[in-house]
Design a protein around this ligand. Structure first.
Ligand code: ADP
Length: 172
């Protein structure tokens, strides 16, 4: 077990997740895994058509679960596709969003991933309030890193400056 504070292995940055040269980036996908808008569209555009071809073989993914593919033309070696909940203010939204993080980290660890980047899953068209989603993201990843040596580093990539501030405050 890693003796350092797990929060030292978390970082928040502003930018485009498709540009990151990490071992794995996480895609906020929909349950078909056949592409969509937002970060999903950006990842498919940057990775090229072979990503969609591999996704077609997977047969979709239920909410809260995750699937892994290669990164193709992305600088990242792998893409981990996870399906966040559509926010409705139900108690299970929280659990499903936490499951997205834990299941993505499990897949990453199985592949020996040392660095992984997450977008703000469910915070776009799925409507999850950023403050609540950030708590779940940071606390779930922090608890995971406290008991696992891999991944060594988790990077939260935020598109907007206000979202970055929310994450930075939570990580401190
Ligand atoms: P969801 O359907 O899970 O809500 P979205 O893709 O609509 O997913 O949005 C998730 C978050 O990702 C939003 O906060 C959005 O601003 C952000 N986002 C969109 N494109 C990118 C990108 N290229 N890199 C990082 N974050 C992005």
């Amino acid at each position: 077990m890693n003796p350092t504070n797990p929060k030292d292995r978390l970082e928040a940055r502003q930018g485009d997740i498709t540009a990151l040269a990490v071992d794995a980036i996480v895609n906020a996908a929909n349950s078909s895994l056949l592409g969509g808008g937002g970060v999903d569209g950006a990842i498919h555009r940057a990775a090229g058509p072979d990503l969609l071809a591999e996704c077609r073989t997977l047969g979709g993914c239920p909410t809260g679960e995750a699937r892994i593919t290669k990164g193709y033309r992305l600088p990242a070696r792998y893409v981990i596709h996870t399906v966040g909940p559509v926010y409705r203010g139900r108690p299970e939204d929280r659990r499903l969003l936490a499951d997205c993080y834990t299941n993505s980290l499990d897949l990453a660890r199985e592949k020996g991933v040392r660095s992984i980047a997450f977008p703000a899953i469910s915070c776009g068209v799925y409507g999850y309030p950023m403050e609540d989603a950030c708590k779940i993201a940071v606390d779930t990843c922090s608890a995971y890193l406290a008991v696992h040596d891999l991944p060594e580093k988790v990077i939260f990539v935020l598109f907007a400056a206000d979202a970055l501030e929310v994450y930075r405050r939570r990580i401190l």
